[in-house]
Structures are given as structure tokens and as C-alpha cells.
Design a protein around this ligand. Structure first.
Ligand code: NAD
Length: 488
């Protein structure tokens, strides 16, 4: 595939390319240009040239165009999902769900594009009033990770376009294909050239140029906390706006009055969906001691039913880890937990069988007796391994849950609403799910506290993040005497 700049599919200036590899088979799926700084500059120039024209499109027309784009992407769902599975590794049904999520996100912001409101404010002094205008921020650099390349593209471009901004998108180096195809489909559906451009290539080059380019006014980033800090530092130089959606180490607290069957299913879904590679995946399980034995027995049974395989096989419930580097990281965390006394209850190794040899497969893993100082307890465990901790009551669970630098998602499982409200109040996180695994919804704001991020995506808040607020102060005729400069 090629770069997409100003509506044209082109090679990078240097002609260099990078292969995209299928994590289930190790085979090359396709190749993309290895973009450089000059390619980014061309894309930024195209986005800047289109900015005022895009904002001038009437809100109703912008809204209609976004709806048309949503339909057009939906019509290509099967093909897009296949590409996503092949480059990312997730099962086809999850890939289809992700394309569906992108479509819903565009539809949601299409409706807001036509209904967003600004306001008017009377002066306290009665001399006049101020109009509060909402203007687009400008050219936005959208930097996307590999775990949900499509959803996280949508969370940025959908509100950003609705608000009248233009974009240069940088997909993750290992998952550029579906993003290129989706933006291609958007242009085919009528999005004017230059409004969304895509430059593939390494973060250290393409990403860094977006951060340092003075024509870029905002960076919307999803990725690791370490990278997010580097981005914030770089953006400080020109005071670029940032939205940072970063890592998490989400706790799941199961109380003694929880519906155990539901919570077991929630733990399996929360930890092993997308092979555990979700920012809001369940990364630490806290069980009340009184229900722990029963819960663990049922969870082991449930996890034993998870079928690993190539995501294109409809029977696959969990695909491979996305890369060898990522698999080694998970293996290192599991070994560290074992060395500190952790017990493997399930998995803890690569699966046997020739069909798994070429991909980056790892068994769904449960580890008990994990030391609170272990890497799995302290760092973000971004793969299919779940540490299990026992707690005596809710207070201890909340204290342990909050003992992390992260604060993205969390969940509490109980039949008692008072317990649920208390936990939701006390857990330091951007979201608490009650009796549910983590599920994103376009209408609900999402983001992190502590080192899990800054700003919010989705919901009305996600749209606000793409506006600058401007005041126009109007003095009513004949009422403006008070500001007269004294005549001496
Ligand atoms: P990453 O930080 O390695 O990369 C994310 C993106 O940043 C990629 O496109 C990468 O090429 C680019 N990048 C890397 N270095 C850069 C630099 N110096 N300047 C600019 N761009 C640069 O993250 P990843 O491994 O792709 O994604 C996994 C991480 O993302 C996990 O930590 C996960 O929790 C987090 N995540 C967060 C959310 C959220 O909404 N909070 C959602 C999904 C994933």
C-alpha cells in the first residue's frame, strides 16, 4: 500500500518500504512506505491548506458527509476486518466488532456535528454580552497504537472532523494497513482530499516530525505512558494541545456477594479479549478470600475452554500476541512472578503443536500467590496473563487497587449498589464498570487519571477536546462609558 497525502496514494520520498507481518503465521501480509520527515511535511501542508475550507463546510453538510462515510466503511466491513486480523492477530469476530465500533463512533459524531451549540453570556455589569464561540484547533497529528488501530483512529478523527479540524494520521508501524484502507474509503465516500492524510513510518521519525512541526496545533496520542510523556515534553516547546490516552493496570474487584458465574465470564472477557492487549484489559484480579477457591476453580475451567489459533479461523477465541517482543515481555513478567513465589494455575507457556510454531502464541495464563512487588503487579501487563490476589474486604481491595501509577479503568462486581457506589467513588480511575468487563461506548467519555493520560476521548467531552473556545465581547451601543480612559 502507499501513503495517502492530499487524496493521492504515493510512495515515500526515499522510496523505502517496511513489511507488515502476520503475527499468527510470520508471513508478510503487505508492505507500506517507510515515511520520513519530508513526507510528513507534505501531509501537514495539505492538511493546513484544507483547514479553512473544511471548517467552512456547513455543519449539516459535514454531518451528512460523516454519515455517508460511516455507511461506506460499514459496507466494506468484511474486507477491512480480514485485513485487521491479518496484520494485528485478533480473531475475525473481534475485528468485525472493531470496524463496527468505528462506524458507530463516526455516526455518533455525525449527529453532534449538526447539533453542537455555543453560548452567549451577559456581562455582570450589564453593559453588554459575550458570545462564546467554538473554533477548530487546526491541524491535528493523530498517533495510533497497534492494539486497536481502527477504534483509536475513530476516537480521534470522528470528533476532530465534526469540529472542523484536519488530520495527519500516523498508524503504528506494525498495523498500518487497515487504517490506510479506512481513510481511503473515507476519501472515496467524498471526504475532500487533504482533510485526512496518512503517513506510515517509525514513531521516532514520523511521530517526532508531527510533534515538532509548527503547523501542527494538537497531538492526539494513544500508546504507552513512556511514549506519552515524551510526546508531552516535545509538545511543550510550542504549547501544542495534547490528548494522551496511555497505559493502564486495571483492577477487577470481586466481592463476596457477586454473581460468580457472571464475574468469571467477565474476568475471561476482560483479560483475554484481544489476547490481553487492551489498555482497559483486566490486569489485576482481586478476590475476596471467602469466595476465592470457588472463583478460581471456575475461572480455570472457563480459561481451559479458550481456543487459541489463527484469527481467521472462525473457531479461534484468542489469537497470537502481536509481536515477538511483546511475547518476550509477557514471558519475562510471568517468570518474575514465579521467581517471587507465584503459582501457575493455567498456561504459563507457549502452546505445543506445529500450528503454533511460526506465530507469537502464548497460552492464556492464570497466576496466583503473586507478590505485590512483582512486575505483573507494578507494571502494565499487556498480554494474556492474569495475576490473582486475595483480599479480606473492600477496603483492602480498594487500597491495593489504587497502589499503582496508573488510573485508567477498573471494575467492581457486587449485588449491592451501596458497595458499588462506594468502590466507584474510591477507585482512582477514569472509568469504573459495575458488573461488566470494560466496554467502550461512543457516547461515554473515556480517559485516564494519574499516569494513564490527560484529557478525554468520546462523548461530548471528546468533541470539546477538538475546539478552542473564543470569546467575542460586545458592548451594547450607549452602554460602554465605563472603560473610557480618563481625560486629565
Ligand atoms: P507505543 O507508545 O509504543 O506506540 C504508540 C504510537 O506512538 C505508535 O504509532 C508509535 O509508532 C508511536 N511512537 C512511538 N515513539 C514515538 C515518538 N517518539 N514520537 C511520536 N510517536 C511515537 O504504544 P503501543 O505499544 O503501540 O500501544 C500499546 C500501549 O497503548 C499500551 O500501553 C496501552 O495501554 C496503550 N493504550 C492506551 C489506550 C487508552 O485509550 N488509554 C488505548 C489503547 C492502548
Amino acid at each position: 500500500m502507499k501513503l495517502l497525502i492530499d487524496g493521492r496514494n504515493i510512495d515515500s520520498v526515499t522510496g523505502a518500504t517496511t513489511n507488515v507481518v502476520n503475527p499468527a503465521t510470520g508471513e508478510v501480509v503487505d508492505s507500506v512506505p517507510r515515511g520520513g520527515r519530508e513526507d510528513v511535511r507534505m501531509a501537514v501542508d495539505a492538511a493546513e491548506a484544507r483547514l479553512s475550507k473544511w471548517f467552512a463546510v456547513a455543519p449539516l453538510d459535514r454531518s451528512r458527509l460523516l454519515s455517508k462515510i460511516a455507511q461506506s466503511v460499514a459496507a466494506k466491513s468484511n474486507e477491512l476486518a480480514r485485513t485487521l486480523t491479518m496484520e494485528q492477530g485478533k480473531p475475525l469476530n473481534e475485528a468485525l466488532g472493531e470496524i463496527g465500533g468505528f462506524v458507530s463512533c463516526i455516526e455518533y459524531y455525525a449527529s453532534l456535528a449538526a447539533s453542537s451549540r455555543a453560548s452567549q453570556l451577559p456581562f455582570l455589569s450589564g453593559e453588554g454580552y459575550s458570545m462564546i464561540l467554538k473554533r477548530p484547533i487546526g491541524v491535528v497529528g493523530a498517533i495510533v497504537p497497534w492494539n486497536f488501530p481502527v477504534s483509536l483512529l475513530g476516537w480521534k478523527v470522528a470528533p476532530g472532523l465534526a469540529a472542523g479540524n484536519t488530520f495527519v494520521v500516523k498508524p503504528a508501524s506494525t498495523t498500518p494497513l487497515t487504517d490506510l484502507k479506512i481513510v481511503g474509503a473515507m476519501v472515496e465516500a467524498g471526504l475532500p482530499p487533504g482533510v485526512v492524510n496518512v503517513v506510515t513510518g517509525p514513531g521516532s521519525v514520523v511521530g517526532e516530525e508531527l510533534i515538532s512541526n509548527q503547523k501542527v496545533s494538537k497531538i492526539a496520542f494513544t500508546g504507552e505512558t513512556v511514549t506519552g510523556k515524551r510526546i508531552m515534553e516535545g509538545c511543550a516547546k510550542d504549547l501544542k494541545r495534547v490528548t494522551l490516552e496511555l497505559g493502564g493496570s486495571d483492577p477487577m474487584i470481586v466481592c463476596d456477594d457477586a454473581d460468580i458465574d457472571l464475574a468469571v465470564e467477565g474476568a475471561a472477557h476482560g483479560r483475554f479479549r484481544n489476547c490481553g492487549q487492551a489498555c482497559t484489559a483486566t490486569k489485576r484480579l482481586f478476590l475476596f478470600e471467602s469466595i476465592a477457591d470457588d472463583f478460581v476453580r471456575r475461572l480455570k475451567q472457563r480459561v481451559g475452554l479458550i481456543r487459541i489459533g489463527n484469527g481467521l479461523d472462525p473457531k479461534t477465541a484468542m489469537g497470537p500476541i502481536h509481536s515477538e517482543e511483546q511475547r518476550k515481555d509477557i514471558e519475562g513478567m510471568v517468570e518474575d512472578a514465579k521467581a517471587r513465589g507465584g503459582k501457575i494455575l493455567h498456561g504459563g507457556k507457549r502452546p505445543d503443536g506445529v500450528e503454533y510454531k511460526k506465530g507469537y502464541f502464548y497460552e492464556p495464563t492464570l497466576v496466583s500467590d503473586v507478590d505485590f512487588g512483582a512486575r505483573m503487579a507494578k507494571e502494565e501487563c499487556f498480554g494474556p496473563a492474569l495475576p490473582i490476589f486475595l483480599v479480606k474486604d473492600l477496603d483492602e481491595a480498594i487500597e491495593r487497587a489504587n497502589d499503582t501509577i496508573y488510573g485508567l479503568g477498573s471494575s467492581v462486581w457486587t449485588r449491592n449498589l451501596e458497595t458499588a457506589y462506594h468502590a466507584a467513588e474510591m477507585i482512582q480511575a477514569g472509568t469504573t464498570w459495575v458488573n461488566s468487563p470494560p466496554i467502550g461506548r461512543p457516547e461515554v467519555p473515556f480517559g485516564g487519571v494519574k499516569q494513564s493520560g490527560i484529557g478525554r476521548e468520546l462523548g461530548v467531552e471528546g468533541l470539546e477536546a477538538y475546539f478552542e473556545t473564543k470569546s467575542v465581547q460586545v458592548y451594547e451601543y450607549g452602554k460602554g462609558k465605563k472603560w473610557q480612559f480618563p481625560v486629565m
